[in-house]
Design a protein around this ligand. Structure first.
Ligand code: SF4
Length: 648
């Protein structure tokens, strides 16, 4: 049976909301399939506004991977702003997809990709608008399987009550495997109903179904154990790893947004994973090992993507893009090839020690020379040893001197406050570093108009990292430390005016901390915040600390725990962590040893260039580091004239 579009009803509401264009769909490279020609249907959501959600690579990739499959349909949905939400509730318009404006509840799977835990309340809004019961236990066969993915899904316990399943790791192959399981179950006439479908998914070993695990607690509030309550359900659920990125050159046809979005460029992921070993970095830990896309694969994706979109900028994405073994050839090759078309290139994340000026010059050759951004993360040499970010101040100063000497005038530096073992002194050294940067810039250029912007945010300990046991710094302490730094910068007569200072107070960070390391009991808090009007918690103007505090005070005493218990409390080696049954491949003993090394200020090398240090991932996941150089060319020359002899 075809599913009716809600567009006629939605259209009547659009003149009354801000930026209505974000809800109409029809973007270049979007796909609409006939409902009845398909048998497995996915609604994919990035639980934030269109302007943030549309450029999300994860959703864009899965959308295309699924739609390329015969018999499978995938459409996108984003969070609606509160103005439209109110009208949708009043006029009974359900959560819809932007592609064909079909109601989300009609799909087989409602898949959400969480980059941040602060999107959880937006999931509840979408579920409620869709007419899907918030509690997974209340859903019937008419409801889709609500499936979480993305980095935040590596600890899905705080949302265990609201999701039916979670997948950790790379999604490309996982969504196809899930599709096959659903198709088989539907073809067989849906035996055993929803429960049987979820059981079949859980038994694959790569899909976590929270309802099939019981959590037992100790009298002091800690978890005693997490036990499967069905036979055939694995004790630990494995992450998915795509091993050959060249086999997955997605997105091939990137979506071109209709309305303004946070990134107006096409992106090519040049490698996945990072083994630099920064101890605070969850993304680096959970995406191991490093897997590079080949230089030829990158060239083909850029060529095809530019043709398909008309974008004028290409972002070369990864966790630390300058670390690609052939980055110099990639940058030069692309700059040469697209010189006449004035296509800009960008590396959204670059390490100080991987930066070199030839690379920077190639990136800016076709016109754009914006500011340079580096993330030393820690202000003092000592704290950088603790976090294993081996960037010396000398490296940084040498790098910025070269940059200023080559025409750059702006440097942005990112830091974190509240890192384990940190003192005021560590943070105050950030001011000294910024002053030295400006001093050097003036010296190199002979000019005074040198600017350095310091941007600093609160550190949030994350699951599956060596800092998962660390206490988080409290809100007051974080704010007091940041104020001291602000005063030190502003009070400097010689350099203060040239240093920009951006900081976020500690309040959103502590809530992110609660959601990151929380367990199933935190679900009651999320629900209370949602019911109290919580939406778009990742947006400063919508986030309400008071609302979260009210919800914590209302929901947590029943369990004899509180916000501090989840955030500022240090964990011990014996403690069962809420995510221990989700297997990122990292060996827990190795993580603990790395935590001890952090406390001893001992650094660990990168296993790309030194022998394996046994983090556990490769043997556990049957994977291996995959890097070049391949020695291949960016784009082999292809012969256009079919009659001529072959060449390359
Ligand atoms: S197992 Fe060894 S080679 Fe693989 S990511 Fe860990 S340290 Fe590196």
């Amino acid at each position: 049976m075809p599913v009716e579009s809600v567009f006629p009803r939605l259209e009547a509401l659009l003149p009354h909301v801000q930026k209505p264009i974000q809800y109409v769909g029809g973007e270049l490279n979007s796909t609409v399939k006939e409902w009845d020609t398909t048998d497995v249907r996915w609604a994919l959501m990035y639980p934030d506004a269109y302007e943030v959600g549309l450029p999300n690579q994860g959703v864009m990739i899965l959308y295309e991977v699924l739609n390329e499959r015969e018999g499978v349909l995938a459409e996108r949905t984003y969070s609606v702003w509160p103005d439209l939400e109110a009208l949708m509730r009043e006029h009974k318009v359900p959560q819809f997809t932007v592609d064909a404006h079909r109601p989300v509840r009609a799909f087989d799977v409602f898949g959400l990709s969480f980059s941040t835990e602060l999107g959880y309340t937006n999931m509840l809004t979408a579920l409620d608008l869709a007419g899907i019961p918030l509690a997974a236990a209340d859903r019937t066969e008419d409801d889709p399987v609500v499936l979480a993915g993305g980095h935040a899904a590596f600890n899905p316990e705080p949302i265990a009550d609201f999701i039916d399943a979670a997948v950790i790791g790379d999604g490309e192959q996982a969504v196809l495997e899930i599709t096959d399981v659903i198709r088989a179950w539907k073809t067989e006439g849906r035996p055993g109903g929803r429960d049987e479908l979820l059981l079949r998914l859980a038994r694959t070993g790569g899909v976590y179904v929270p309802r099939f695990y019981d959590v037992e607690y100790l009298p002091d509030g800690r978890i005693a154990r997490v036990v499967p309550n069905r036979s055939g359900v694995p004790w630990r659920v494995s992450k998915h790893t795509v091993m050959d990125l060249d086999e997955w050159p997605y997105p091939k046809q990137p979506l071109v947004p209709l309305a303004e979005t946070v990134h107006e460029r096409m992106s090519v992921e040049i490698f996945r994973g990072c083994t630099r070993g920064c101890r605070f970095c969850q993304a680096g830990m959970i995406t191991r090992p490093v897997r590079e896309r080949s230089i030829t694969g990158i060239g083909e994706m850029v060529e095809a993507g530019l043709k398909a979109t008309g974008f004028e900028e290409v972002g070369l994405l990864s966790l630390s893009s300058a670390d690609h073994t052939e980055i110099a050839d990639v940058a030069k090759g692309l700059a040469d090839r697209y010189e006449d078309d004035k296509i800009g290139l960008s590396l959204p994340s670059t390490r100080v020690d991987a930066f070199n000026i030839d690379l920077a010059n190639e990136l800016t050759r076709n016109g754009r020379r914006s500011g340079l951004t580096f993330a030393p993360e820690g202000g003092s040499e000592r704290i950088r040893k603790v976090i294993n970010k081996m960037v010396s101040e000398e490296d940084l100063i040498r790098t910025v001197a070269t940059a200023y000497g080559n025409g750059w005038r702006q440097v942005k530096l990112y830091f974190m406050c509240g890192l384990p073992t940190e003192t005021d002194e560590d943070v105050l050294q950030i001011a000294d570093m910024a002053k030295r940067v400006i001093q050097k810039g003036r010296e190199v250029t002979g000019q005074n108009d040198i600017r350095c912007t310091v941007s600093i945010g609160g550190f949030v300990p994350k699951p599956h990292t060596p800092f998962q046991w660390s206490p988080q710094l409290g809100v007051e302490e974080t704010d007091a430390r940041l104020e001291k730094l602000r005063d030190a910068i502003r009070g400097d007569k010689k350099y203060g005016r040239n240093i920009g200072f951006r900081y976020h107070d500690g309040k959103p960070g502590i809530i992110e901390g609660l959601l990151s390391r929380g367990d199933r009991r935190v679900g009651a808090v999320i629900r209370a915040v949602y019911e109290d009007g919580g939406r778009f918690d990742g947006w400063r103007e919508h986030f309400s600390y008071d609302r979260w505090m009210r919800a914590c005070e209302a929901a947590l005493p029943a369990f004899d725990v509180d916000l501090a218990w989840f955030t500022t409390r240090e964990r011990t080696i014996e403690e069962v962590l809420p995510w221990d049954h989700l297997d990122s491949g990292l060996d827990k003993d190795w993580l603990w040893d790395d935590w001890q090394d952090a406390l001893d200020e001992t650094e660990v090398e990168d296993c790309r260039w030194t022998p394996c240090f046994d983090c556990g991932v490769c043997p556990q996941m049957d994977t291996a580091i995959q890097i070049g150089p391949t020695g291949k060319k960016l784009l082999p020359l292809t012969v256009v004239n079919a009659g001529a002899s072959a060449g390359s």
